[in-house]
Design a protein around this ligand. Structure first.
Ligand code: PEP
Ligand code: MG
Length: 577
């Protein structure tokens, strides 16, 4: 826990000198501790609005060509050190940077007097439009093209290249925020921790970090002002970042981690309460690498496979064969175990280029999740067919569920389509308040429900989950959210359907007890969170969990709910969390 000698984040002193050792407090979203030098992620580069016009087009073009050449040389250097796959991609990107017709396109804008940076931007966008129109392989290169453009823009403007810089050693990656695709492609071997100024406890970056087992703290004030190379100690459990930590601070963090590790050493086997009530402990995964890791762990299976994570950077829809192969690899480690697959939850905070229905005023309330599947049944059917083939070939107990279901008709439509594709078990996520209130009707034609507490909190409290400043409203301990969860569990029980939890709430050991007390039969979370939840369950009986649930739901505020449950839970648990 917090060192009593440290100051609060907003008043934090500079990274070195007399203020060294100060703490910046944020929200811990992925457990674990680590220390290392800061590597800052540069923000995207845009042409400045007040850029002067070009007066000497020839001289300006020479400079632009030099900028593209510098980008090409840098990428070439990286390619020389990269593994095979990355090498191919980087080499193809080098060719884009050296493409003469691209330089010519930029030259045309310069000749018209457009400023250098604006001309680079315009030339790139012209090419992007052409690539997109050509489709196929070319359309897939649009992301690379824009990356080259941003890098050339940074050269022209003399600012750092955007994105995560190449890491040459263990580093703490610090950013204002990270896009899900950026987080997903971080090098796990090099990134020891993630710190962001923005982001929230249920932002997809936070979720990915927890799944990757990288300690992370979000909502850290002034994080982007930390000079690159500053040593920081990151505590993903307490949500703290110690700047220029003393040896004692690093040692104290290490000791706390050791205490926790020792307490969890005996945590093994299926989830059971002290009096023997079974609660399945499952993993949230986002792709093949996660599946391989989770499959090797002491888990009963997967409670949420977020399939859209696999395709975050795909420009075109994955084919039936491509999807089948991926699902086969995901299911293979779980032969004989449960794998709950969620069909594409594209849109809003998880945009997929190939499933874009155009701009919307309010994407979180728009055509996302199952609503998008209704507009693009071709995408859903290809996915279901691929899942069915992979399930048959691997022997995993595959169950399929839909995201963002709001009504009984939607649930019925989805369940029918799942079964028509030869998949035996269909479920829905309960993450829209309307579905939670009517869970008995929504689940009547389905086999199971799974509470998506991240979106349920967002929609119940009318607070954008991407808006880290609204973290208090998004707290799953909010009594209104807990009441809705209770209602949904009672609805499911009335029609005899099991209800799980796959939102982040399931990985909070105290909240997990409350959820089990409300009737939840499975908890799915980042595998790194399972041992502590398992320990929490083993220390409490089902009647004790039910008591904790009634304490939590009768509290007036989120803080009261957490405090009351913490006080009533067993000290062997509360002294660890
Ligand atoms: C949720 O909303 O709680 C959930 C599990 O889904 P996601 O976080 O991917 O929206
Ligand atoms: Mg959701």
């Amino acid at each position: 826990m917090a060192d009593p000698n440290v100051a609060d984040g907003p008043a934090a002193a500079p990274a070195s000198g007399p203020g060294a050792g100060t703490v910046r407090r944020g929200i811990g979203v992925s457990p674990g501790t680590a220390s290392g030098p800061v590597v800052q992620v540069a923000p995207p580069v845009r042409p400045p609005a007040d850029e002067p016009p070009t007066t000497d087009a020839d001289a300006a073009l020479v400079e632009v060509k030099q900028a593209f050449e510098a980008v090409a040389a840098d990428l070439e250097e990286r390619a020389a050190r990269a593994d095979d796959t990355a090498q191919q991609i980087l080499k193809a990107t080098v060719l884009i940077a050296r493409d003469r017709s691209l330089h010519k396109a930029v030259g045309k804008h310069l000749a018209k007097g457009v400023g250098q940076a604006a001309a680079v931007h315009a030339g790139i966008e012209e090419f992007a439009a052409q690539f997109e129109a050509l489709g196929g392989y070319f359309a897939e290169r649009v992301t690379d093209l824009r990356d080259v453009g941003s890098r050339a823009l940074a050269q022209v403007l003399g600012v750092p290249a955007p994105g995560v810089p190449e890491l040459t050693g263990p580093s703490v990656v610090v950013a204002h925020d990270l896009a899900p695709a950026e987080t997903a492609t971080l090098d796990r071997a090099m990134v020891v921790a993630i710190v962001t100024e923005a982001g929230g406890r249920t932002s997809h970056t936070a979720i990915l970090a927890a799944q990757m087992g990288i300690p992370a703290v979000v909502q850290v004030p002034g994080a982007t002002e930390l000079p690159a190379g500053t040593l920081v100690a990151v505590d993903g459990d307490a949500g703290e970042v110690v700047v220029d930590p003393s040896e004692e601070v690093v040692a104290a963090l290490h000791r706390r981690r050791q205490r926790l590790t020792a307490a969890l050493a005996g945590s093994a086997g299926p989830g059971v309460t002290r009096d023997g009530h079974h609660v399945a402990l499952l993993a949230n995964i986002g792709g093949v690498a996660d599946a391989v890791e989770a499959g090797a762990q002491d888990l009963e299976g997967v409670g949420l496979f977020r399939t859209e994570f696999v395709f975050l950077s795909a420009d075109t829809a994955p084919t039936l064969a491509e999807q089948t192969e991926i699902y086969r690899q995901v299911f293979a480690p779980f032969e004989g175990r449960r794998v709950v697959v969620r069909t594409l939850d594209a849109g809003a905070d998880k945009p997929l280029a190939f499933a874009d229905l155009g701009p919307e005023e309010n994407p979180a309330l728009g055509r996302r999740g199952l609503r998008l599947s209704a507009e693009r049944p071709d995408l859903l059917d290809t996915q279901l067919e691929a899942l069915a083939v992979a399930a048959r070939e691997t022997g995993a107990d595959v169950r399929v569920m839909a995201p963002m279901v709001a009504t009984a008709e939607e649930a019925d439509w989805f369940a029918r389509r799942v079964r028509e594709n030869g998949l035996p078990k269909a479920g829905v996520m309960i993450e829209v308040p309307g579905a939670a209130l009517r869970a008995d009707h929504v689940l009547a034609d389905c086999d199971f429900g799974s509470l998506g507490t991240n979106d349920l909190a967002q929609y119940t409290m009318a607070a954008d989950r991407m808006q880290g400043e609204l973290s208090d409203l998004l707290d799953p301990w909010q009594p209104a959210v807990l009441s809705l969860i209770g209602t949904a569990c009672r609805g499911a029980a009335r029609v005899g359907r099991p209800m799980g939890v796959c939102g982040e709430a399931g990985g909070d050991p105290l909240l997990a007890l409350v959820l089990v007390g409300m009737g939840v039969s499975s908890l799915s979370m980042a595998p790194s969170k399972v041992p502590l939840v398992r320990l929490a369950l083993s220390l409490h009986s089902l009647p004790e969990c039910q008591h904790l649930a009634s304490i939590a739901t009768s509290a007036r505020t989120a803080t009261d709910a957490l405090t009351a449950v913490r006080e009533a839970a067993r000290p062997q648990l509360t002294e660890l969390v």
